[in-house]
Design a protein around this ligand. Structure first.
Ligand SMILES: C[S@@+](CC[C@H](N)C(=O)[O-])C[C@H]1O[C@@H](n2cnc3c(N)ncnc32)[C@H](O)[C@@H]1O
Length: 377
């Protein structure tokens, strides 16, 4: 899954090796800013360790949960057909017809006309929160209707439900008509309109099915847990010799600005939506001290101090240069050395570009990331 700051590529570019070196004696492993869950899943699938993943955003926890909280593959996939049958059974026939007719004619319509028709269908829809909020913007009415109907007919069996919800988040991410994240949908104008239509044409139910089959094969060697929680609070549960992976935000823009659509899919409800970005009310968007220039230093220092007092060992990644949340790589090293023994410092290249970040950080700084391996003093 595309995620700003994902460490998926870095796992093959230095981070995987440091994990290999540092994990042997850890009773448990924590990923306190789990995001896409790439690091938590990597560890859970390779090592005999329970992994605990934490994030402020519900959808991030949903993604991690679908792998961490299961220790075997699911052999019988008949639940997927039953889930789709339940969703089909609750579909509103009039809306389905309008949404399907529009979907079929998308290829021939001017984006502006398609958007007007799509928004009309979405506005007239009741009891479909995702369609009402995002239909005709991030999704075609048919795509958002499937998201709503699959969301309200989720399986009851925990293992199936965990996978199903993660599939909806991943499918929403793959189909969203937006550049990389969901801060703004593509406009229905001559420049961005073709991208909007291309995204709306993606077969969302097919992506959900394929993802369900894929996730059924992914599981942890030892069952772990995932929680929506502040990292600084979760840190108090860490025990001696646990290995804690830290990949805190480094931007002064809150993650929730970019991922509110996925958060709505994970939560299944949303308050009144505003503006062209279709944002939910401020109080529904998780806010992080790590994205506030006035708080980031104190937040990091508090976290490191708690982890040191618990006797944990820490792996941390952070941009080597100056980050827009006010912290720099040098300051992160200094704060770490205050609380821990610095065993290893690596500088590696970050292969991903971060949407929204170019505006805040020079391209050169974008390309280098620190990996710190810290042990209890
Ligand atoms: C740089 S991203 C992590 C990326 C992740 N390592 C990956 O590979 O996808 C930072 C994450 O921290 C989360 N976050 C921000 N503040 C937090 C806090 N105080 N406690 C827990 N999670 C937080 C954000 O929601 C975001 O998902």
């Amino acid at each position: 899954m595309k995620y700003m700051g994902s460490k998926r590529t870095m796992l093959k570019n230095g981070l995987g090796d440091v994990i290999d070196k540092s994990i042997a004696s850890a009773p448990k492993v924590y990923d306190l800013f789990t995001g896409s869950g790439a690091v938590a899943s990597h560890i859970a699938q390779r090592y005999q360790k329970a992994v605990i993943a934490v994030d402020l955003q519900t959808f991030a926890v949903v993604l991690a949960k679908s792998v961490l909280e299961r220790d075997s593959a699911i052999a019988d996939n008949s639940w997927i057909c039953r889930w789709f049958a339940r969703a089909s059974a609750v579909q509103d026939m009039a809306m389905l017809k309008a949404a399907s007719d529009l979907q079929e004619s998308l290829i021939t319509l001017e984006p502006e006309v398609a958007a007007a028709l799509a928004r009309k269908i979405a506005t007239e829809t009741e009891n479909h929160p995702i369609t009402s909020a995002y239909g005709g913007y991030y999704f075609s009415p048919l795509q958002s209707m499937w998201l709503d109907d699959l969301r309200r007919t989720l399986p009851k069996v925990k293992e199936h439900k965990d996978i199903a919800l993660a599939c909806l988040v991943r499918a929403a991410s793959s189909c969203a008509a937006a550049p990389g994240h969901t801060a703004q949908p593509f406009k229905a104008n001559p420049t961005a309109g073709p991208f909007l239509i291309e995204a709306w044409l993606r077969n969302l139910p097919k992506i959900v099915r394929e993802t369900a089959l894929f996730l059924s094969t992914q599981y942890a060697k030892v069952k772990g847990r995932s929680f929506v929680m502040d990292a600084n609070i979760a840190a108090h549960d860490v025990q001696e010799d646990d290995l804690v992976f830290l990949d805190p935000p480094y931007s002064d823009v809150h993650y929730s600005r970019f991922y509110h659509v996925l958060e709505t899919v994970a939560r299944g409800e949303v308050g009144s939506i505003k503006g062209s970005g279709r944002y939910p009310p401020q109080e529904e968007r998780p806010r992080s001290d790590y994205s506030l220039r006035t708080q980031s230093r104190t937040a990091l220092d508090g976290l490191l101090s708690t982890l040191a007092s618990r006797g944990a060992n820490v792996l941390m990644t952070f941009p080597a240069g100056q980050a827009s949340n006010g912290l720099s790589g040098a300051e992160v090293i200094e704060a770490s050395s205050k609380h821990f023994k610095l065993i290893e410092t690596k500088v590696t290249s970050r292969l991903s570009t971060l949407g929204g970040d170019r505006k805040h950080r020079a391209a050169r700084q974008d390309s280098e990331e620190l990996i710190l391996y810290l042990s209890a003093k």
